[in-house]
Design a protein around this ligand. Structure first.
Ligand code: SF4
Length: 591
């Protein structure tokens, strides 16, 4: 930020002339958005300005990778592509290429009002957006959504029974829980229990797209080295028929990449990647997923299963980030993207992992180049390795940067990452951390309307309207419980600063002074808020181990002390009560 001092001493600030106002009412300031202006239909839709030295976007899109039998027809409204005679479109990508708008594209635009169905179609046709919607799953309860940088940042929650813990019923409950806390897609990564029944149960229940890593089911009851082409194709066909919306397939880990893994601190941390690496070493052959790629594409096309091309060589620690193994694999992922597009299959690409903060932009922009803008779906990334138990936080910092610099979907990390199978509460914590990351990026990128709810909450906060404040919160129960644990009454201040120190209340007074109507607000002498009562201190000590209900119960002691009855506003609100009463209230607490 530059500023000049004028002769009168006043300062003028010049802000960069880019960015848009993400508030749809155009209220408030816009300098928060230093992102580029939205380039609808371009490779830089909602994008951060490139730090010097960053890879430029690819000049190609999915339009450059049509099936070889399609023909170009020049027309007055630009070039059109003609499919061969008798061609029946199946995938969203194929419909988009033919210029058709599907009900799913319409639904996506309805869910994201800054997009029109035509924009959705054009982004899908360019390969920059996917609508993961298996034909079978659409017959159940799936509500179509999209993933792509022209749309809001999406969040994926992983779940799945491991051989040690969990059952299908528990997994369905976790699915509902993840949906409730805002997961946009869910991956069933079960490696134990009845895999087939769990997957089926999740698919029938889910309103969000479901992804899987099919190799997990392929090696159940069999040694890794026994994996063969028929097993792979059968398992994929089975899961496609069940209705899975996207498959993670680690076809990019090649034999020639493996020598680079030796230099790493932690080797291969992707389960699929490590299994396939072992298979290659045992058989002295190329990755069979890579060799079967065209057959896999054809099989997935039939049900419109979307690819989430796996990054089997993602770094598992900061020291391994952006290394030769990872980048070579990324180049292969670009090649696989092109081949899948030729088959009419929708593609997203998976990314790291553990990446120091300063390397995140490079990683995002390299993918944009090598994979021609195919949506990037990243896991975190964690920006430090020394906080096990808090990796929802270490990674949501990286995830915010990743989304700002180009990732379209963020795979959550829970506090249990690296340590154990996430339970319900961990799923919630992971979802919330990632909703924060996704939303923060959307605001920063200037997605129209992204900031509206923030502005509404700010207004409620300024008005000391607690009810509205809670209502607009992402987790109203928690916000209410935290408020009420110290002061379970509707006052024009809260327990954080107390009556006399409440800047928001004082600001309201200032506004009222300015309007010339509030002389009664003048104090004789400054007051200090009462000390905490023993009960309140007890509540604070227990904070963090108490459930919201328990906090409510303990907090009701405060309520009695404040002479307030349940559900009734305490008589201290400055909207209709003068300052003397507020002072009495406080003196009452001191007594
Ligand atoms: S007391 Fe402090 S934290 Fe609470 S409303 Fe007032 S300014 Fe905000």
């Amino acid at each position: 930020m530059h500023h000049h001092e004028g002769s009168t001493g006043e300062r003028r600030f010049t802000l960069p002339a880019i960015g848009g106002n993400p508030s749809s009412t155009r209220q408030g300031t816009s300098p928060g958005s230093f992102a580029l202006r939205w380039q609808s239909g371009g490779s830089r839709s909602f994008s951060s300005p490139d730090t010097p030295g960053m890879p430029q976007p690819s000049e190609k899109t999915a339009w450059n990778f049509l099936p070889p039998d399609w023909t170009k027809v020049p027309g007055s409204e630009g070039t059109k592509w003609l499919a061969p005679k008798g061609f029946v479109p199946v995938t969203q990508l194929e419909y988009a290429r033919l210029g058709e708008i599907t009900p799913q594209m319409r639904r996506v635009a309805e869910r994201e009002p800054h997009l029109t169905p035509e924009m959705v179609r054009d982004e899908v046709a360019a390969g920059r957006m996917v609508i993961p919607a298996n034909k079978i799953h659409l017959g159940y309860r799936l509500d179509a959504m999209c993933i792509g940088r022209a749309s809001r940042t999406k969040v994926n929650a992983n779940m799945g029974a491991s051989p040690i813990a969990s059952s299908s019923q528990e997994e369905v409950e976790k699915l509902r829980w993840a949906e409730r806390w805002g997961a946009d897609t869910v991956m069933d990564l079960s490696t134990g229990g009845d895999l087939d029944a769990t997957r089926e149960a999740i698919l029938r229940d889910a309103t969000v797209p479901i992804g899987t890593v099919p190799i997990y089911s392929m090696i159940i009851g069999r040694k890794i080295e026994e994996l063969d082409a028929q097993t792979v194709l059968d398992a994929l066909a089975h899961q496609a028929r069940q209705g899975v919306d996207y498959f993670t397939i680690h076809a990019g880990v090649l034999r020639e990449h493996l020598p680079f893994v030796k230099r790493r601190l932690i080797g291969i941390v992707s389960r699929g990647g490590s299994i396939l690496a072992k298979w290659m070493l045992v058989h002295q052959r190329q990755n069979l997923m890579y060799e079967l790629w065209d057959e896999i594409c054809e099989l997935m096309r039939r049900y419109d299963v979307t690819f989430s091309i796996g990054d089997g060589l993602r770094p598992g620690g900061l020291g391994d980030a952006t290394d030769e193994a990872q980048l070579r694999e990324l180049a292969t992922l670009g090649e696989l993207t092109e081949r899948a597009w030729r088959h009419g299959v929708q593609v997203m690409v998976e990314g790291p992992g553990h990446v120091p903060f300063d390397q995140i932009e490079y990683n995002m922009k390299l993918e944009r180049r090598l994979c021609h803008g195919a949506p990037f779906y990243v896991l975190g990334p964690l920006v430090t390795d020394v906080f096990p138990g808090y990796d929802h936080i270490t990674s949501c910092i990286g995830a915010t940067a990743a989304a700002y610099h180009g990732a379209s979907m963020l795979c959550y990390v829970t506090p249990k990452e690296h340590l154990g199978l996430p339970k319900k509460e961990d799923v919630k914590q992971g979802c919330i951390a990632y909703k924060i990351a996704a939303h923060a990026a959307d605001v920063a990128l200037g997605i129209p309307g992204a900031r509206d709810r923030d502005d509404e909450l700010t207004k409620a906060r300024a008005a000391l309207n607690w009810e509205k404040h809670f209502e607009l919160s992402f987790d109203p129960d928690l916000a209410r419980a935290y408020h009420d644990e110290d002061l379970d009454v509707d006052t024009d201040f809260c327990a954080m600063c107390g009556h006399d120190w409440c800047s928001v209340r004082i600001s309201k007074e200032i506004a009222e002074f300015a309007s010339g109507k509030a002389e009664a607000y003048a104090w004789d002498r400054p007051k200090v808020t009462a000390e905490l009562s023993p009960e309140q201190r007890e509540v604070l000590e227990k904070r963090g181990v108490l459930a919201p209900e328990e906090i409510h119960r303990l907090a009701s002691k405060t309520k009695q002390q404040m002479n307030a009855r349940a559900g009734v506003k305490a008589a201290c609100h400055s909207d209709y009560v003068d300052a003397d009463k507020a002072k009495h209230l406080q003196e009452g607490r001191e007594a």
